[in-house]
Design a protein around this ligand. Structure first.
Ligand SMILES: *Cc1c(COP(=O)(O)O)cnc(C)c1O
Length: 403
């Protein structure tokens, strides 16, 4: 994979990366801004409002890179709502949580402008308090329209899903009083998809909730729109937005996570050891798939690696794995033109999303530092981590040293 691959278009000169201690994530300010401009274009042409879904990318030091291009942030609960309010304070804060807790709700009202509930029961429990606090309220619906294959854990429309209110649930539980509390509806059913899937989903939304929508002020299309991916059909997205605006008179929101920070980061890692087991050549890296790129194992997917090819494509094929004890801590099989050597730098692409906010210290694995490549060309650390970060999430040592 070369610089022509979208994940490596923004790759800084390799000489500049050699001095970065590994493992380290490297976020790319210019690419974040480029993504922001694409999203801002959709907003300005259609009048829709686009939020950063923080669960995909919450490196708040870079929020001010985004904020000129976005309408605000979207949160999955109290902490992300607080982060959005603190770090992008001049913009809207929306929150969707599958179930809110009584003891957190009052605090949540300090941060969130728009609160989306998952069920009629949650709306009943918290709706009046939120309304009294002047908040705008939404309900997540489930249009029961699966448009993705293969990733069942990412399909909120799968049978028996707990995410969103189906029309049958709505009919059984939504009294006129509860409907009157609502300002908007919300659906989130896509994952890394193009606007054809949105078009199909929007039809399903119309078929299931079309009679309700004219009463609403807003409709949130959720996330999963791969808007900043080369080849994504933006004009069809804009047609969908205009259709909703014109048909139901709603303000349309989108809350992409991936699309905000797509291809805007790298993970730098070095080879610690090389071994051979039978016919398999192995390289142990100083990063762990299980700890530092958990989606590689969970989703699962094959991360792009700079200068590599499919196994067997180039002369030297290796199975790349992490230093943890997990047998499955493997990135995959990759081939290279020249044999790998201890200390070689490898660069994984598209590493700004679902990484820094999702990593962990399993096996006592150090958290990679987070670096940034500034627009002016400077490459500098944002934050580094150490032993205390591992220890402090497991317990507290008292001041006198006793436990
Ligand atoms: C995950 C999620 C998003 C963001 O999804 P992406 O695939 O990162 O665009 C937005 N809204 C909700 C409710 C989500 O759960």
């Amino acid at each position: 994979m070369s610089k022509s691959h979208p994940a490596f278009e923004a790759l800084p000169p390799l000489e500049e990366l050699q001095s970065v201690p590994t493992p380290a994530y490297l976020l790319h300010e210019g690419k974040l801004k480029q993504n922001g401009k694409i999203l801002a274009g959709v907003m300005s042409r259609t009048g829709c409002r686009i939020l950063l879904a923080q669960k995909a990318f919450s490196n708040f030091n870079l929020y001010r890179t985004f904020s000129p291009f976005l309408a605000g942030t979207e949160a999955s609960g109290l902490y992300e709502a607080r982060l959005g309010k603190e770090e992008m304070p001049e913009k809207e804060v929306h929150v969707f949580c599958t179930a809110y807790r009584q003891e957190e709700f009052e605090e949540l009202l300090q941060y969130a402008d728009h609160i989306v509930f998952n069920s009629p029961g949650q709306l009943k429990k918290f709706g009046s308090a939120a309304k009294a606090a002047g908040k705008s309220l939404g309900l997540r619906i489930n249009p029961e329209c699966s448009t993705q294959e293969g990733h069942a854990i990412y399909d909120p429309c799968a049978p028996g899903s707990r995410l969103g209110t189906t029309r049958a649930q709505w009919n059984a539980q939504m009294t006129a009083e509860r409907i009157a509390l609502l300002d908007g509806l919300h659906f989130h059913t896509l994952c890394e998809q193009d606007s054809d899937a949105l078009e199909v989903t929007l039809k399903a939304v119309e078929n299931t909730f079309g009679d309700i929508l004219p009463r609403m002020q807003c409709l949130n299309f959720g996330g999963g729109h791969h808007i900043t991916r080369p080849g994504y059909n933006i004009s069809r997205l804009e047609q969908c937005i205009r259709y909703a605006q014109q048909t139901w008179g709603v303000t349309v929101y989108l809350e992409p996570g991936e699309a905000c920070a797509l291809n805007a980061g790298f993970l730098l890692t070095r080879v610690l050891d090389l071994l051979q087991n039978g016919d398999t050549r192995l390289a142990i890296l100083d990063m762990s798939a299980a700890c530092h790129t958990p989606d590689v194992l969970e989703m699962p997917y094959r991360p792009p690696i700079y200068g590599s090819g499919e196994p067997g494509k180039k002369a030297n094929t290796y199975r790349l794995g992490g230093p943890s004890c997990l047998a499955g801590d493997v990135l995959g099989d990759y081939s290279f033109d020249t044999p790998l050597r201890e200390g070689d730098l490898l660069i994984l692409g598209d590493m700004a999303i679902y990484t820094t906010c999702k990593n962990n210290t399993f096996n006592g694995m150090p958290l990679p530092a987070i670096w940034v490549r500034r627009e002016n060309g400077a490459t500098e650390p944002l934050v580094t981590f150490g032993y205390e970060d591992f220890k402090n999430r497991l317990g507290r040592t008292t001041l006198d040293g006793t436990n």
